[in-house]
Write a protein that binds this ligand. Sequence first.
Ligand SMILES: *[C@@H]1O[C@H](CO)[C@@H](O)[C@H](O)[C@H]1NC(C)=O
Ligand SMILES: *[C@@H]1O[C@H](CO)[C@@H](O)[C@H](O)[C@H]1NC(C)=O
Ligand SMILES: *[C@@H]1O[C@H](CO)[C@@H](O)[C@H](O)[C@H]1NC(C)=O
Ligand SMILES: *[C@@H]1O[C@H](CO)[C@@H](O)[C@H](O)[C@H]1NC(C)=O
Ligand SMILES: *[C@@H]1O[C@H](CO)[C@@H](O)[C@H](O)[C@H]1NC(C)=O
Ligand SMILES: *[C@@H]1O[C@H](CO)[C@@H](O)[C@H](O)[C@H]1NC(C)=O
Length: 414
Amino acid sequence: MLHLLLLISLGFFLQLAEAQSFTVPSKWRKPTTTLSRQDRLTLVNGLLDTVHPALNTTTGMFQGLSVPQTANMLCALSIGDRISNSTSSKDVVLQSLNTTFGRAPNIVTLRSPQLNSDAAVWGLAAIYSYKAYNDQSSLRFAQSMWAQVNRYMVTTDDATAGSHPEKTAAFPSTCNGASNAGAVFYIANNVNNTVVNSETVGTFLALSAYLYEQTQNVQYLSAAELSASFVTTVLYDGNAIRDGITLGTCDTVNDFWTSNSGVVIEGLSILASTHSTYTSRLNSLISATIPYSRWTNVSDGIIIEGPTSAADANSNGATFGYKAILVRGLYEAYSRIPSNSTEASFIQSFITVQLNALTDLSSVTGSNLYSPKWEGPPPTQLLPWGQLAAVDVLNAAVGLAEDARYDLHAITLL
Ligand SMILES: *[C@@H]1O[C@H](CO)[C@@H](O)[C@H](O)[C@H]1NC(C)=O
Ligand SMILES: *[C@@H]1O[C@H](CO)[C@@H](O)[C@H](O)[C@H]1NC(C)=O
Ligand SMILES: *[C@@H]1O[C@H](CO)[C@@H](O)[C@H](O)[C@H]1NC(C)=O
Ligand SMILES: *[C@@H]1O[C@H](CO)[C@@H](O)[C@H](O)[C@H]1NC(C)=O
Ligand SMILES: *[C@@H]1O[C@H](CO)[C@@H](O)[C@H](O)[C@H]1NC(C)=O
Ligand SMILES: *[C@@H]1O[C@H](CO)[C@@H](O)[C@H](O)[C@H]1NC(C)=O
């Protein structure tokens, strides 16, 4: 009995140790808005008018956006249609997927070196399309990209053996005191390269979790659980998700990007909605990621990660629309927790700060042109990567409008 009490109080203290703060800092600039759902839809539609014509129907890519950036734009378009119960982007999304998979059934062959992160993010674009439009070829694309990336995952047996069928280089069974099972190699066409990055593992985690949710096939759940374990142990520094690691030497890459935490938040939130063991890890990550001073300006709450010059498409922070991926992950987490929780209102406030930065600081009203630098100034011309980073924020803003959840509940009840 004493033993039991001890265990119970130990559990209690462990929970306390993991207690999270979801208090909105008083310094955040404008964490509320009076924009109606219709006002927000008008912002989304104005932005989409600049995006839809930019699809190059020969290549399947958007003008000015790279292979992974195009996939991220497709993700945002499908999510936007789901949130607003619309099909306005359906033709553009399906045409891009069809053309691109027609050109390169295995997406990694579009670039050199071949990157599994490209396959993972195109898989994610395809599963969002399936969720939005119930299109069967989108589901097949997603499953085929999952199979491509899964070939590069370190299984429990591979970790024990310290070897992998796709790599000649050996690696230890553990790094940073945790198992290397669930690692996913970044580069597909170099047998000597054992770099594993969170862009690949985290995106694969989210893709696996969605595929499990849509198909109930347990192979996807196993992959999601294994990659979740790796990314939240070996690649977690206690605050945020590291950029990567060379498995052969256990040398970590201690760079931190919003997108890396964003895809992991997204993946964990899907897992946590059916497996509560993931809830505390998810909550710790959300409470640490949002105010992290590497990317959130503590003086106003605006995400400042990004290019030094707005016109620079290639510097870190602009390349993958990084900030958008964090907002996307946070919105997915928000949509799966009770809307009256302090965590939900923390996420809502943070996204609203970004919305107000986009409308007040990084754009001129009515221009529908957004700078990738959310503290401004507004751009003088269309910057495709500025538009890309804005879509997920405006989508989320529509979903966060007070009546949005009410609609969703109404649909469920009908
Ligand atoms: C589409 O991309 C191809 C290949 O890069 C290019 O030759 C063509 O001009 C582009 N089309 C448009 C309309 O920009
Ligand atoms: C969603 O769109 C469909 C088709 O336009 C419509 O029938 C349905 O009523 C809409 N649902 C909501 C909640 O607006
Ligand atoms: C693209 O669509 C066409 C027409 O529906 C179809 O014949 C073709 O197989 C599709 N391509 C891919 C890669 O699915
Ligand atoms: C891998 O390493 C071996 C031995 O050093 C070398 O011969 C081979 O060219 C390397 N392969 C690649 C793809 O770099
Ligand atoms: C952070 O926000 C403050 C207040 O808006 C601003 O003065 C400062 O320039 C911002 N810092 C960075 C690094 O953007
Ligand atoms: C949230 O709403 C639910 C259902 O209406 C209610 O049972 C719960 O007590 C509320 N929680 C908070 C923190 O207000």
